[in-house]
Ligand binder design. Structure first.
Ligand SMILES: [Zn+2]
Length: 148
């Protein structure tokens, strides 16, 4: 492959190194607005990963909360903010120690599913990417959780 067949963007965000097949889940987190121009690339070859997906969003810079949400399902993603066709900022994608209000607890008996309250999870194992609910103490895999 000579070059990526995705047009460069002037201003916006590039999310690279998304594990192949997860582009739809990342998009579900980003909830593109009607004014967003979104370009997707799937199954690109990558040296580090066998296959990867890429998303480019014109006219939008991701917030830290959005980056943290992406970290849960695409831990090796690289997020770049683009201004005037240049990389203005690279945002580190990593699961924060405390994840508040980003994902739902899958335990139907958890109080967070009964009361209108913010969920709160703690990162308990970085390698296995396990999160524990601070209310019911159940442990979940980061990439199996439902994003709010
Ligand atoms: Zn819970």
């Amino acid at each position: 492959m000579k070059e990526l067949k995705v047009d460069p963007i002037r201003n916006g965000t590039v999310i690279d190194h998304i594990p192949a097949g997860r582009v739809q889940r990342v998009l579900a987190i980003l909830k593109p607005r009607s004014s967003d121009i979104v370009m997707m690339g799937m199954n690109f070859s990558s040296r580090a990963m066998k296959k990867k997906d890429i998303i480019k969003i014109e006219g939008r810079e991701l917030t830290q909360n959005e980056v943290n949400s992406i970290a849960l399902i695409a831990p090796d993603a690289k997020v770049s903010i683009i201004r005037e066709f240049k990389v203005a900022q690279k945002t580190k994608v990593e699961i924060p120690e405390l994840i508040e209000g980003l994902v739902a607890c899958s335990n139907p008996k958890c109080i967070t599913n009964a009361e209108p309250m913010q969920t709160r999870f703690k990162l308990v194992n970085i390698e296995k990417r396990q999160l524990a609910c601070q209310y019911c103490e159940r442990v979940f895999m980061a990439d199996e959780m439902d994003h709010i």
